[in-house]
Design a protein around this ligand. Structure first.
Ligand SMILES: [Zn+2]
Length: 730
């Protein structure tokens, strides 16, 4: 009876509890800039960039030209010998890296085959040094590498608060389709320009990578410094212009009637029309017939600014009520093609509801307006303004509007590095969208909860990279799952199955508060969630975010104490894949009583298989693990045990226990019971668990072993591979 004969029959498990729960999760300790608790450290610093931009729109040539003056402040402890800037429009140059990586079968990124040679024209860059009231301007040299520009500083920028002004004249022709983030849409009443990535922007210098200089290839979004933007946009006077922030000169750009309507909207929870469908084609819906008008906007605490301009715009608005009592304004700009109660006529209602929900639930909306613009993008977000498809309708329009405005919180307020960690903005946003959608208009567009067993193959399969992959480093077709749905589902699991909504919401709110208008990294998020909830979650980050591990929980056995159902049941479960999760078990007994038992994830800290007792007094008919299908269990078939799966006749073991022997057999044999299983142990040999076959017969097939008790239960026949011995109870 060698030990190899006693291996129990079961599915092999891929689970390794040391891989899941090992303590070496964080690769670095807390630092002066990033605390081990997940907070910004005591010496946290961040640079800032304030912009004044004057720009012209040429409707016919689609050219945008102008100048900007950036006041850049170096709060880092390092002197800076040069600056890096982002020239995102250079993605649309024919020889850009972003164009080079577009596959033959097309992409969401790039210019969608317009085959157009875009990019910035930049001729001089001046540095402005301020000394008291006197400012001096000097020309400087610069070099452009794809979508990056290095600006040389003749004298280094001082650490801890040194400032420099950078003045740049720039121009570009807008692509019609700008990587699904900006562009030009032709409509019946004129072109709609949705303009973003439109001015040279500062790269971020941080304590993580120094200068962040990854090129803009299309999929990876943005990483930007905060500051104040003053933007003056000169457009044809037939146009309405909307832009991030507050409009500073409404009396110059709107008719008197429109100004009055705007005032009404500022006091109205119902949508107020500012320029109606009928008025779009009426020249008197504009205040002047001079060729151009200049619109002036300002936004503070912002990492970016975007705008839209068109003669085709219908405009409506309503008041947004914020928790502090402050007000903002929801506004929609769309062409006649988008009108309809099932379409953009409800856009302002959606915008208002979305902003009010997130403000109440997480953090108050900080900007003076929230504007939804109908464009040719699927959906794209900027501070205070978003671009959504002019063709979206009903639940899809709600969904895209709510999603793009959810981005105000991630990454506009919580300013993570989108180019590296898309899941920290798209995923977190998709998660908050699920709560907002549930709440909107008594669940008008509420979605049914999906069966997570069925969804599991979407989240974990051999074709998927881990979530923790930068967007330019994963297959384009996987971005939707890895940046949006899988991380969002991870947060839902954390909230609903691991921490509970109260503890989760407290920690998630702390993350938002701690990192509002700052630059968190993944560790800052992980550490905050663990510190505030007080829970070690490294096994979860590892399974779901860092690796692409599967979950497979199984019910592998149901026994009774002493094989007597009146004394309670013993259920054995196993973790068959690499991801551990807490356990919910539903138990049904013969009389129809249904109970549930929950077990913490700690059972998997040192076990692949776990047996536990359930206090019942009758036979079980069904045992189900994860009965609500809320865990991404990749194999449902082993989640359920039914009475017919086990021994049909229940045998009470008590009568069999004792020590047996025979003059013909060299050893004494002890019959005992463990967890409802009969165990045979010959002197000096390993204990052998025996399967009950009913009517006093017990077998262990792998060992070629069977015993048959006599009716009096005072002896049994022992069959070892055909050799039979008669043993009697001592
Ligand atoms: Zn998004």
């Amino acid at each position: 009876m060698s030990s190899s004969l006693i291996a129990q029959e079961k599915e092999p498990s891929n689970y390794n509890y040391n891989d899941a729960f090992g303590h070496d999760f964080y690769s670095k300790n807390g630092t002066a800039t990033r605390s081990a608790s997940g907070k910004p450290g005591h010496a946290y610093w961040q640079n800032s960039a304030d912009y004044t931009i004057d720009v012209n729109l040429n409707e016919t040539t689609k050219e945008i030209s102008g100048s900007e003056t950036i006041t850049y402040t170096n709060n880092s402890p390092d002197t800076l010998d040069f600056l890096w800037m982002q020239l995102d429009q250079n993605l649309f140059k024919l020889d850009s890296r972003g164009k080079a990586v577009i596959p033959v079968n097309g992409s969401r990124n790039g210019d969608k085959g317009q085959n157009f040679d875009g990019g910035y024209g930049i001729n001089t860059i001046k540095l402005i040094y301020q000394k008291g009231r006197r400012s001096t301007e000097v020309n400087t040299t610069y070099s452009i590498v794809d979508t990056r520009m290095k600006v040389n500083l003749p004298k280094a920028l001082e650490a801890n608060g040194g400032t420099v002004g950078i003045k740049i004249n720039f121009s570009f022709t807008s692509p019609d389709y700008g990587s699904d983030r900006m562009g030009v849409l032709e409509t019946k009443n004129g072109r709609i320009f949705t303009l973003a990535q439109w001015y040279p922007r500062m790269s971020v210098y941080d304590d993580v990578s120094g200068w962040n200089t990854l090129p803009y290839l299309g999929a990876g979004e943005f990483y930007l410094e905060y500051g104040t933007f003053d933007v003056n946009i000169t457009a044809p006077s037939t146009h309405l212009v909307v832009c991030s922030g507050a409009l500073l000169n409404p009396s110059e750009v709107y008719t008197t009637e429109q100004q009055n309507r705007l005032k009404r909207a500022e006091a109205s929870d119902a949508t107020v029309m500012i320029r109606s469908e009928a008025e779009v084609t009426q020249p008197n819906s504009r205040p002047t017939n001079t060729p151009t008008l200049t619109w002036k906007f300002r936004i503070e605490n912002s990492r970016d600014v975007a705008w839209a301009s068109s003669a085709a715009f219908i405009l409506d608005a309503a008041r947004i009520n914020l928790p502090s009592g402050k007000k903002s304004i929801a506004m929609s700009a769309y062409p006649v093609e988008s009108v309809g109660q099932d379409a953009w006529t409800r856009s302002t209602e959606y915008t208002k509801a979305s902003i009010e929900h997130y403000s109440k639930k997480w953090l108050e909306y900080p900007y003076p307006a929230a504007i939804n613009v109908a464009g040719n993008e699927g959906g794209m977000e900027y501070p205070g303004i978003v671009f959504c498809s002019y063709e979206s309708k009903t639940g899809r329009l709600w969904g895209v509007t709510d999603h793009e405005f959810g981005h105000i919180w991630f990454p506009m307020i919580v300013g993570s590095n989108e180019r590296l960690h898309a899941w920290m903005d798209e995923g977190f946003n998709t998660f908050i969208n699920s709560l907002s959608t549930e709440a909107f208009n008594n669940g008008e567009y509420k979605e049914r909860k999906s069966n997570m067993h069925r969804m599991s193959s979407v989240f974990v399969n051999d074709k998927l990279e881990p979530i923790y992959t930068s967007p330019d480093n994963l297959k384009e077709r996987n971005l939707g799952v890895l940046a949006y749905y899988k991380p969002s589902t991870g947060l839902i699991l954390l909230r609903e199955q691991i921490l509970g909504s109260e503890r989760f919401d407290e920690a998630f709110t702390a993350y938002i508060d701690r990192w509002a208008y700052k630059h968190p990294t993944p560790d800052d998020f992980f550490r905050t969630m663990e510190n505030v909830s007080g829970e070690d979650l490294r096994w979860f980050w590892r399974s779901w975010f860092i690796n692409s591990w599967k979950l497979d929980q199984a019910v592998t056995g149901v026994k009774y104490v002493k094989n007597d159902p009146t004394q309670g049941a013993i259920i054995t479960i196993e973790n068959l894949e690499k991801m551990p999760m807490p356990v919910v078990i539903e138990i049904k007994t013969k009389s129809g009583t249904v109970t549930r038992k929950t077990l913490p994830v700690e059972i998997w800290k040192r076990n692949v298989s776990w047996s536990f007792k359930v206090d019942t007094t009758e036979e079980l008919t069904r045992v189900v693990i994860d009965p609500d299908f809320v865990l991404p269990d990749t194999n449902s078939s082993n989640n359920k045990w039914k009475a017919t799966d086990g021994a049909t006749s229940v045998e009470i073991l008590t009568g069999y226990l004792g020590v047996y022997s025979s003059p013909a057999f060299p050893m004494k044999v002890t019959v005992s019971e463990t967890n409802g299983t009969l165990v045979l142990e010959a002197e000096g040999q390993p204990a052998l668990p025996m399967e009950s076959e009913g009517s006093g017969e017990f077998t262990m097939e792998e060992a070629g072993l069977s015993i048959q008790f006599n009716a009096e239960k005072n002896g049994f026949k022992l069959d070892i591979g055909g050799q039979v011995f008669d043993l009697k109870k001592e």
